[in-house]
Design a binder for this molecule. Sequence first.
Ligand code: ATP
Ligand code: PRP
Length: 233
Amino acid sequence: MIKLGVPSKGRLMEKTFDWFGQRGVTLSRSGAEREYAGQVEGVEGLELVLLSAGEIPRELAAGRINLGVTGSDLVREKLANWDTHVSELALLGFGHADLIIAVPDVWVDVETLDDLDAVAAQFRADHGHRLRIATKYHRLVREHLRDTGVADYQLVDSQGATEGTVKNETAEAVADITSTGETLRANHLRVLSGEPVHRSQATLFRSLSAPMTKEDRTNLAQLMDVLGLQDAR
Ligand SMILES: Nc1ncnc2c1ncn2[C@@H]1O[C@H](COP(=O)(O)OP(=O)(O)OP(=O)(O)O)[C@@H](O)[C@H]1O
Ligand SMILES: O=P(O)(O)OC[C@H]1O[C@H](OP(=O)(O)OP(=O)(O)O)[C@H](O)[C@@H]1O
């Protein structure tokens, strides 16, 4: 069987079900509401596996699932050299969110990353420690700041409610996902101008390492046909 990993709850799950359903592949949660088992109708040889969105990158890289839907941000964050582990089969057109860097509203002189770099050096001189940026996206933020030449900072880990860290004085800035911008506004934070660290959306990935039988290959080719997709790799 080809294993397809899909987020087990929330909007990502529902919109993924809709996306496949519109293409003639019916995915559903089977059994009791809280049971994480799935059902597939409309194609042969496909098994639905319901997983946490955050675990899907690792399962793809380990080859325990053949296909997986999750945010493009999570694959890039969780997998070093992500494109050696998975290929992108389709951008699904939902789950849009930008990974951004934001500073307190009151930092009126800080509009760009260059400005942040300038205050970071001054901050270290004044406070004796580096400016703290709270995030759960360590890899993506580190790479982005390296590429843009910002050096005098430290990342502090925040696995949730990241926008609260500035008020709580555990960080001076944040790097987090935003869609409507409401959480940032409510916490008196402002996004730096310029390109976001990453523009994320829900994406269908294929594992480059998951084992497949001859029958799996035939079934995958049929699924790709039904979905109207082509695999570049
Ligand atoms: N406010 C938002 N609007 C749109 N997409 C979002 C938003 N917040 C997070 N996302 C996206 O949803 C995906 C899943 O995010 P996250 O890891 O927070 O999921 P979760 O629901 O907490 O899942 P789990 O805890 O089960 O892993 C990510 O790709 C992220 O970019
Ligand atoms: O721009 P907005 O529409 O306000 O959305 C942004 C918020 O959504 C996400 O949080 P989520 O609800 O996933 O919870 P989290 O704090 O656990 O990440 C993200 O971390 C932001 O906090």
